[in-house]
Design a protein. Structure first.
Ligand SMILES: C=C(O[C@@H]1C=C(C(=O)O)C=C[C@H]1O)C(=O)O
Length: 169
């Protein structure tokens, strides 16, 4: 089977989550919470507006990006808990700006990616294919710690129309 569409969406979710690391460091330093409600509202509005240009339903796009946001905050809050014991090296405001620029870029790519997983997301073997794709990604392409792995699972929770988190194992 052609699972490039799933590989693509997993890779993008992973890339997007990687940006949460410098963002979390910046917020920790500034004693800011993980949640930036204004930024979330803006992102959801931008993605809803752009979705139809990629042939993606706006509600579907919103649900997907809400998962990406929750996953990002899950990882950021997990880092905050770890950093109570030992603070990370400081990062500048430029790190926040570049991470958010990268999130914007990856999010656009995700809309194209969402259009491509349309067929597989409703397939009965979607969850098994997704599980395998994530496993391959983790063994061959990236090294994720347990917090990053949990966040990636959260990000992909609704990729398959049936299944959910348990499907990822
Ligand atoms: C990634 C950030 O943290 C949170 C997650 C967001 C996201 O995933 O797009 C947006 C706003 C924040 O609530 C951020 O502040 O940029």
């Amino acid at each position: 089977v052609d699972n490039t569409a799933l590989i693509n969406i997993v890779a993008l979710a992973s890339q997007r989550l990687a940006q949460a690391e410098p963002i979390a460091k910046y917020k920790w330093q500034k004693k800011l919470p993980a949640t930036d409600a204004a930024r979330e509202t803006q992102l959801i509005a931008d993605m809803r507006r752009a979705a139809p240009m990629y042939g993606v339903d706006a509600d579907q796009a919103e649900a997907f990006f809400r998962d990406q946001i929750e996953a990002s905050k899950l990882l950021q809050n997990a880092r905050f808990a770890q950093w109570r014991l030992q603070s990370p090296a400081p990062v500048g405001a430029d790190a926040l700006v570049s991470a958010r620029n990268e999130i914007n870029r990856v999010s656009q790519a995700m809309l194209a990616g969402l259009a491509r997983i349309e067929a597989i997301s409703g397939a009965p073997d979607c969850t098994s294919q997704l599980r395998e794709t994530v496993q391959n990604w983790r063994t061959r392409m990236v090294t994720l710690d347990s917090e990053q792995a949990a966040a990636l699972d959260r990000a992909l929770q609704h990729v398959c129309k049936r299944g959910g988190m348990s499907a990822l194992g």
